[in-house]
Design a protein around this ligand. Sequence first.
Ligand code: GLY
Length: 353
Amino acid sequence: MTRTAAIAGLLALSLPAQASSGLPFIINTWGGPFTAATDAAYLSLQNPATSALDAVQVGCSTCERNQCDGSVGFGGSPDENCETTLDAMIMDGTTMKSGAVAGLRRIKDAIAVARYVLEYTTHTLLAGDLATQFAVSNGFPLSNLTTAEQAARCTAWREDNCQPNYRINVTPDPKSSCGPYTGTALNSTSPAYKRAITPDASQTSHDTISMIAIHASGIMAAGTSTNGATWKVPGRVGDGPITGSGSYVDGDIGGCGATGDGDIMMRFLPCYQAVENLRQGMSPKLAAEDAVKRILRKYPEGSYGIVVVDKYGEHGGAGSGWTFTYAFRGGSMNATEVVSVPPLNETRLVMQA
Ligand code: GLY
């Protein structure tokens, strides 16, 4: 055993671990309205003919259709133009193949289209209007993803001078005005520039479903579906469809699902990191904490959450900036359980809808 693995083993022993409740097993980001997805995916696995990939698709589709908390599927997280676009990915833990769509427009079934990318192409990621075209050519119906409630919200946002927004270093001042905006000249060595690249702590109005499934046979899959960040710049893609960021799974080791400030998280591939931490011998809890702490070192003020499960169904989570929760159901459990994860960094505890 290496010294690193020995230290990791000692630390793992000192941390509370959530023992496996047995297989099949489903685990996903967030409790509350997200537990309907946990239940749907778990119940689908009661039929042994349902694969781990099928279960992840069933679970994420459940959130896309019932909108969970508004952060998944149609009618949520409008961009500056009041359009909802969807990001999703699905990953096979046996082949390590993943399929994903980013900035998907006018199609409700993002995780199903991601599955089509996985099953019917040798690509990993399709984006934007051409992802929509791919979906339509495979029989997915076009839909209007904007609801009346969302349209009213957009009107109110514009009347409030487009506050908040994600613009920096532009004129007119994005803290008090709507666009159109023009970039200002920058000196990348100045203190002002350093302040400008610090994320705005008010931008937490989003989260995501990320799910990992373990079939009774031990085969694993993972996936993510989200409508991204509210008032995002049109064209913005978050961490959701990025393999190793939104989710990740290696069936020989375990899987991970993420939620939170995707613009920051995708710079660190936290789910790839967490699964590699498992490979080095860390417990799921320690693997999750290490991955989140790597982000906190540079961005202490964001909102992050990741859930990690090993191939046996032992699990743990870590978060910062909010009280992150995750849901799981496995073995012969009669109901889904929710685990509340205290934030590693307690600077921001408010989770916005
Ligand atoms: N985590 C979802 C997003 O930032 O798009």
